[in-house]
Design a protein around this ligand. Sequence first.
Ligand code: APR
Length: 249
Amino acid sequence: MNNLFSDTTIKKLATAKRIGVLTGAGISAESGIPTFRGQDGLWQQLKPEELASVDGFMKNPRLVWQWYEYRREIIQHVKPNTGHFILADMEKCYPVFSLSTQNVDGLHFRAGSKNVLELHGNILVNRCHTCNKYIADVHFQNGSTPPRCDCGGLIRPGVVWFGETLPEEVLERSFTLACEADVYLSIGTSAQVYPAAMLPREAQQHGAYIIEINPERTPLSTAVDEFIPGKSGEVLPVLWNLVKPFVKV
Ligand code: APR
């Protein structure tokens, strides 16, 4: 018995065979990476369409590069937090555990998660905007123009921008696993950006028990089976501590 989570949540997690998870910027907030839409959110100061869109890149590639260099700099100096580590531990205990993330920071991998589906790409890789080839070792000096690929196209960060389609295979896999999940967790996302925001809803329509962890309510909150208010780095260890002893590995 506990006062924080319902018994149903504990039982569902203890008996589930297939777990699906969607994470957003909130899970990395406790690592020191600002979220997008919070009070200190990155979009409070900057316009997304100028920095995270093809139009923005074409209009001002230098500005867009500088913005991504700034974010890469932050990411390289932070570490995964307890929330990331708990999800990595959970993955080891369930026959099927899939983690779809909207984050481009790679922190789930750094925490040890293996089965990570990066819906919005990864900020630490670069690719050619024209031929799509992935390009390692791009050295961009602040203030200079973005480098070009052999084909002549501009090199850009390997992330998905507003108005672009998500990587097909990653999206398909995320939806398939959401539809097969017994329990689906939505963690640290404002649940406003589609198609990622559809994943917990799709899981629910296919019979999954839905848990949301977030300090604030979101458009998803009224629909979930249990909304757990709080920071993921604080809620997840307490929840997992209660559930783990009952999970048969
Ligand atoms: N633990 C859990 N959740 C938190 C925490 C925390 N410590 N701190 C903040 N949050 C919650 C906020 O309450 C908010 O609901 O995380 C959520 C972050 O929301 P957004 O900033 O909108 O981030 P996200 O949902 O990941 O955005 C989706 O939009 O522009 C983009 O491409 C970008 O992938 C991003 C997408």
